[in-house]
Design a protein around this ligand. Structure first.
Ligand SMILES: [Zn+2]
Length: 434
């Protein structure tokens, strides 16, 4: 940039383009947005996931009215916000109900209509995926058929020629973490609205990048890597949950930008980024990463809360580290160190079916709690007709009864709850009158 050359010189007064309003209409699966403007404006747009958003940047433009749209549940748009950017640009963010395929064009003034920027958002949802048919009897209305399961990528650490850490009695990390991962995958698969994808299902080596790639190819909503810790001091015990550090995120951003030069089909949150300039790609990365880090932190916190029930937790806070396997910029990712394989008593626990099962139960409860607040629109958990309710942090039994217009007594008896003690992630059956 040559901004220095302008020091001391008056900047040319560029006329801003005024954006007067945004109009929305819905036709079948397509939502049309029209920006009415008093002139032309260069624009760019991109799509972000978790949650789904469409971002439109207009250069040298401003909103002269508060941009609002009417609430239409059939539209792809939930809400709109806007803000000035870089002093002279306008950024408009649309919160989406579901993923969309956006296309755009501009219209010059004609027949009394002003300059217009038109965005057509085609509902990006594929027709009912085959996996919905396997979802054993859990579907209820027709409207449910288009909804998908959330996908949990489960990554058993190490494998093949890489045994991971080895316990004092010879237990290999790669074996116990695979067993725990399979137990977790079974639970996820029998859960309403969830589906597991394992990065490895046997004893073979998988490079770290390949683990991330497998999760991304499966359109994973989240990524959970399972490991067992080891340290020279054999008395150290307890589980930990890690997320990517800010430093790891920024070094990944640099790698991502470099990789973009050599890879034409690279995409971010579903948006192809080839041909986009560095600053735009940076903005995209930044938004995707900050969303993912925030979601990773929530997931890690909810898992830690559950791990307290099954054993010692080494640190109550979420730990941050620069683990390569956590670096997907757009998939919230955590790494669970289940216990210390270097500690003789935890090594024994890691081998035991009882401990493996309670660990898998705890992680599943953490997942339920996470998805109760973070499932993306278009999933059964977010939009399905509930005959079950997953308790969120802070909810009370009487509040839940009110929400479903039930008496507290009916809710208690349907769930065999004797006292009113409930916990986040617990699943309640919601009785329906037939
Ligand atoms: Zn490991």
């Amino acid at each position: 940039m040559t901004a220095l050359g302008l020091v001391g010189m008056p900047l040319p007064a560029l006329a801003r383009t005024d954006v007067r309003r945004v109009r929305m209409s819905v036709d079948g699966g397509t939502t049309r947005l029209v920006f009415d403007m008093d002139g032309e404006a260069e624009y760019s747009m991109f799509h972000l996931q978790s949650p789904d958003r469409l971002v439109v940047d207009l250069e040298n433009a401003r909103a002269v009215e508060d941009l609002t749209i009417s609430d239409n549940p059939r539209s792809a748009i939930k809400a709109v916000r806007h803000a000035a950017r870089n002093g002279s640009d306008l950024r408009v963010v649309f919160d989406l109900r579901k993923p969309v395929e956006p296309s755009s064009f501009v219209l010059m003034p004609a027949q009394g209509a002003p300059h217009r920027l038109v965005l057509d958002l085609a509902s990006g949802e594929a027709p009912a995926a085959p996996r919905s048919a396997e979802n054993n009897g859990s579907r209820r209305g027709r409207s449910q058929e288009d909804l998908r399961d959330v996908v949990v990528a489960i990554d058993a650490g190490h494998g093949g020629h890489d045994p991971g850490a080895i316990g004092p009695a010879g237990t290999r990390e790669k074996d116990v973490v695979l067993q725990i991962s399979k137990r977790l995958a079974d639970r996820v698969n029998s859960e309403h609205g969830m589906k597991a994808v394992m990065t490895r299902s046997g004893d073979y080596f998988l490079p770290l990048r390949e683990r991330i790639e497998r999760a991304r190819k499966a359109d994973a909503d989240i990524f959970v890597s399972i490991h067992a810790d080891a340290i020279a001091n054999r008395s150290v015990q307890g589980s930990s949950v890690y997320m990517l550090s800010e430093r790891g995120a920024s070094s990944e951003a640099a790698r991502f930008l470099a990789q973009r030069e050599n890879q034409a089909d690279l995409s971010l949150g579903g948006v192809p980024i080839n041909g986009k300039d560095d600053s735009l790609t940076n903005v995209l990365l930044d938004l995707a990463q900050s969303g993912s880090l925030e979601a990773s932190n929530t997931l890690a916190e909810r898992m830690i809360a559950e791990l307290h029930r099954v054993g010692k937790v080494r640190k109550p806070e979420v730990e941050r580290a620069n683990f390569a396997v956590l670096r997907s910029p757009d998939v919230p990712s955590v790494l669970v160190e289940a216990a210390f394989i270097s500690n003789p008593s935890e090594e024994r626990k890691l081998r035991s079916t009882t401990f493996q099962n309670s660990l898998a139960d705890a992680l599943l409860t953490g997942l339920r709690s996470y998805f109760s607040t973070h499932a993306r629109p278009g999933t059964l958990i977010a939009d399905g007709q509930p005959d079950q309710h997953i308790i969120r942090p802070g909810e009370t039994l009487s509040g839940i009864a009110d929400r479903y217009r039930l008496s507290l007594a009916d809710l208690r008896s349907a769930n065999d709850v004797r006292d009113d003690r409930i916990y986040a992630g617990q699943v309640l059956r919601i009785p329906r009158d037939s």
